[in-house]
Design a protein around this ligand. Structure first.
Ligand SMILES: O=C(O)CCC(=O)C(=O)O
Ligand SMILES: [Fe+2]
Length: 120
């Protein structure tokens, strides 16, 4: 699969997110609900909770384990697995005490590979 999908030439996009303390966190959105577009996203955080995933129609807090990467499944893995691995809907909330930082690295197919997958 690795060779067929040309993963060695895949796209990597890194995003750094900064969430400063918010005086009224219940009125604010850190990052609105979305799914990531790629195959897999590696996410690391500065130990401050804020990530939530939608599970059984409820938003569930995800622990921010220090010195770890959390792996989220993205839209393209859902398409490639014919729905076996669902792309996870997630969002980030803010708090009124501490600045939160997260770093997300999306691993995706090469742009030309993406077009090839669309044709088949
Ligand atoms: O800050 C977070 O925990 C989520 C970040 C995120 O979902 C993203 O960058 O795509
Ligand atoms: Fe995301």
């Amino acid at each position: 699969m690795d060779e067929a999908l040309n993963l060695d030439s895949g796209l990597q996009i890194m995003t750094v997110n900064l969430y400063p303390p918010c005086p009224q966190p219940e009125l604010a959105v850190g990052m609105p609900p979305h799914s990531d577009h790629g195959l897999l996203t590696l996410l690391t955080q500065n130990g401050i909770a804020g990530l939530q995933v939608l599970h059984n129609e409820k938003w569930v807090n995800v622990n921010a384990l220090p010195y770890s990467f959390l792996v989220n499944t993205g839209d393209h893995i859902e398409i490639l697995s014919n729905g076996k691995y669902k792309s996870v809907l997630h969002r980030a909330i803010v708090n009124n005490k501490t600045t939160r930082i997260s770093l997300a690295i999306v691993q995706d197919l090469h742009l030309t590979q993406w077009l090839a997958q669309q044709k088949s």
